[in-house]
Each structure stands twice: as structure tokens, then as C-alpha cells.
Design a protein around this ligand. Structure first.
Ligand SMILES: [Zn+2]
Length: 86
């Protein structure tokens, strides 16, 4: 009798699906962890006081995110850590 060390196509598919689910969970969890924006800069009012921070999404690179408009990237859902401007 032949040793059964090779997976059937159905078993392989099941394994891929299991791995895919794990990766998706991990990705979702990472996006819930707030990250600092990339290339951020300070926005100042006429009195030269910083009122907001503008930066790019650290996950998908969406440009021009502003701290006053929300804590999440509108494109990919990445939580943004705006520091004290969040
Ligand atoms: Zn994003």
C-alpha cells in the first residue's frame, strides 16, 4: 500500500483556505493598531499655531490625510496615530 504523504487537491485547498483566513485576521488586526502617518507635516493657522497634522497612510500610501478628518484611512481602514492631534 502506498504511503499517503501527498495531499489530495481537496485537502490542499482546505489548507490554503485556512492559511488565507489567518492572514486576513492578521491584516485586520494590524490595521486596528494605530500607526504614525508617513511624511507628515504640521498645518498652521494664521497665528502660526499647529492645529492639525497632514500625512500619508502608512499602509496604502493615500496622501493628504488630515488629523481633524478622522482616525482611519478612508481607503484601507488603517488606524492612524495622530499623536496629540488625534
Ligand atoms: Zn490607507
Amino acid at each position: 500500500m502506498a504511503k499517503k504523504n501527498k495531499l489530495t487537491p481537496e485537502e490542499e485547498l482546505q489548507q490554503y483556505r485556512a492559511i488565507g483566513t489567518v492572514n486576513e485576521c492578521q491584516e485586520a488586526r494590524e490595521k486596528q493598531t494605530a500607526k504614525m502617518p508617513v511624511d507628515w507635516s504640521e498645518l498652521k493657522n494664521f497665528n502660526l499655531q499647529v492645529y492639525a497634522i497632514r500625512g500619508d497612510c502608512p499602509s496604502c500610501g493615500t496622501e493628504g490625510l488630515i488629523s481633524t478628518t478622522g482616525r482611519y484611512c478612508p481607503r484601507c481602514g488603517q488606524a492612524i496615530n495622530w499623536g496629540r492631534w488625534g
